[in-house]
Structures are given as structure tokens and as C-alpha cells.
Write a protein that binds this ligand. Structure first.
Ligand code: SAM
Length: 297
């Protein structure tokens, strides 16, 4: 599925299906000996998608997701902790950008009177709200179904967001799906909507992630996994590599951007984070990302 400037998707298609891939990875944490988090919703999303005819990706891609399971678990835990810290600092308004099948509104202990806005494509959020229709969120939940390349600040404010209130924002598993210019615009908009005391947590994909050699070695690993798993050409073409959905372009460094705009920033690279959570990184497989936290002074 080639990307276009105004493409859209359902949960089982293209970029939408990446949310199912992440949910599947999170569902695997239930069988971990020492789970970093509990997400009982993840399996329900997978079951509901399968009821609609979605199939797990072919074996080699499942193998790849499994190979980065410790990364996915560490990432989930990092963003969970980010929101817990924001709540402890008295922030009661949160925005989850590109929420996909993130179930934090249902599974984290939010403070009373908290409100969480979730932005994602309309069909993705419609699937999620349908699956969780009978579940009580732990905060006031406000879905904002809109593409992040459109005028989402207006949609967010129309939905009740208060730019005068400090906000906790997260961008997890999002940035490669936005063009470099779209990423810059995203941060400009977040900055404009952030009252003093606001916080942001970002999974940042820098030059190391988009390095051509690294991307080539990643493709080669996938090819080897495909060969080992005996995936057929048809299966492979029906489930393209997620990298085909990324905008592989030189990007502004997120930490630098935030610092230049007056945010206090701390960063941790993925492998250091994983060691801290006792989930050893795997050389050449762990994504070359950085977890960036910013506080607006
Ligand atoms: N943040 C979620 C998580 O970690 O579980 C989902 C991550 S998933 C890899 C990527 C998500 O980004 C999908 O839900 C997709 O619909 C959303 N997304 C990507 N580009 C988007 C855009 N331009 N507008 C709205 N949502 C977008």
C-alpha cells in the first residue's frame, strides 16, 4: 500500500494494521514470567479483528514482532510510567496522538476528573470504541477521530480540550508514519497548545533509525526470517513490510526541537531503557530509537 498525502485506512489495512501488530505484541506480555504491564484489552482487539477476517501476519513477520517483543514491552512500560508521573504532578488532561489500540484510558489509574483525548483515523477509533463499548474507562474518554495531517488542533479544541490547562501528550509508534514536514508541524501545534507545566513523551526516530545501512540490514533480517519460515510470495505480498509505510526522510531531532522551544528535556536510548527494565536488547534488532521526555517551563 503506497503512501499518499491524504491516505486513510481501516484497522485491518496498511498503517491501521500496525496498531493490531502492536496490540498483538502487547498481548504476548501476558505470558511473560515477569510482566512489565497488564493489558487484557490487547487480546480482545486481536480476537475482534480476527472475527472480521483479519489474519495474523505471515510467520516471518510474527517472528520479527516476537524478536522485538522486549522492546515493545519496555516501550509500553515507559509510556505507562510517563502518564503515572504526569498524574503525580497534578496533570489531569492528556492527549494520546495516534492512539491506535492503546488501552491506557481503561487500564491506568488516572486521577479523579482526568480527561484523555485520543486522536487517530476515524475507522481505527470506531473499531476501538466498538470493541470496548461495554468497558468503563478509568478517566473521561474523548475520541477525536481525525487524521494528524489535518486541522486536528481545531477538532481537539472543539471536543473540549483546554489549551490553558497543562497537558500530558504522548507520541508512541507514530513519527515514521508522518512525513518529516508533518512531524515538524505536529510539534509546532503541540507547542502552541501546551500551557506551562505540560509534559510530552515521544518515541523518537532519529538519523540512526533511518540510516540506509541499518534499514538494509533490517530488510535482510526479514528476508532471512521469511526464508526460514517458508512464507509464500502471496502471503508476503498480502502483508507488506511495515517499513514500506514509513516516510524515510531526514528529520528534525525531537529533543533538540523541544529544547530550542524552551522545554526541559531528558532522553534515554532504547537499549539503555531495556537494560533498566531487565529486558536485554538484541544487537541489530532493537530499533534505534530514543525515548524523549519534555516539560514545558
Ligand atoms: N500508539 C499506538 C500504540 O503504540 O499502540 C499505535 C501505534 S501504531 C504503530 C500507529 C498508529 O498511528 C495507528 O493507529 C495509525 O492509525 C496511527 N497513525 C499513523 N499516521 C496517522 C495520521 N496521519 N493520522 C492519524 N493517525 C495516524
Amino acid at each position: 500500500m503506497a503512501r499518499t498525502d491524504d491516505d486513510s485506512w481501516d484497522i485491518t489495512e496498511g498503517v491501521g494494521a500496525t496498531a493490531l501488530g502492536v496490540a498483538w505484541a502487547r498481548s504476548q506480555e501476558a505470558s511473560s514470567e515477569c510482566a512489565l504491564f497488564t493489558d487484557t484489552y490487547a487480546q480482545r482487539f486481536i480476537d475482534a479483528a480476527m472475527d472480521r477476517g483479519w489474519q495474523l501476519p505471515p510467520a516471518h513477520m510474527v517472528e520479527r514482532i516476537r524478536a522485538i517483543a522486549n522492546y515493545a514491552a519496555s516501550r509500553t512500560k515507559w509510556f505507562d510510567d510517563f502518564f503515572l508521573a504526569a498524574t503525580a504532578h497534578g496533570i489531569a488532561q492528556a492527549v494520546i496522538l495516534a492512539a491506535g489500540l492503546d488501552a491506557r484510558v481503561w487500564r491506568l489509574p488516572w486521577a479523579d476528573d482526568s480527561v484523555v483525548y485520543e486522536i487517530d483515523q476515524p475507522m481505527v477509533l470506531a473499531f476501538k470504541t466498538e470493541v470496548l463499548a461495554d468497558d468503563r474507562p478509568a478517566a473521561r474518554y474523548v475520541p477525536v477521530p481525525i487524521d494528524l495531517r489535518q486541522d486536528w488542533p481545531k477538532a481537539l479544541c472543539d471536543a473540549g480540550f483546554d489549551p490553558e490547562e497543562p497537558t500530558a501528550w504522548i507520541a508512541e509508534g507514530l513519527l515514521p508514519y508522518l512525513p518529516a514536514e508533518g512531524q515538524d508541524l505536529l510539534f509546532e501545534r503541540i507547542h502552541d497548545l501546551s500551557a506551562p507545566g505540560s509534559r510530552i513523551g515521544v518515541e523518537s526516530f532519529g538519523a540512526g533509525f533511518f540510516d540506509p545501512e541499518y534499514l538494509a540490514s533490517r530488510r535482510e533480517q526479514l528476508r532471512q526470517m521469511r526464508e526460514a519460515a517458508g512464507t509464500s510470495d502471496t502471503e508476503a505480498s498480502e502483508a507488506p513490510d511495515v517499513a514500506d509505510l514509513w516516510f524515510i526522510e531526514e528529520r528534525t531531532d525531537v529533543a533538540d526541537w523541544l529544547m530550542d522551544h524552551g522545554w526541559r528535556v531528558s532522553s534515554e536510548q532504547a537499549d539503555a531503557l531495556m537494560l533498566r527494565y531487565r529486558r536485554p536488547p538484541t544487537a541489530d534488532i532493537t530499533p534505534r530509537t530514543t525515548f524523549v521526555e519534555g516539560v514545558r517551563g
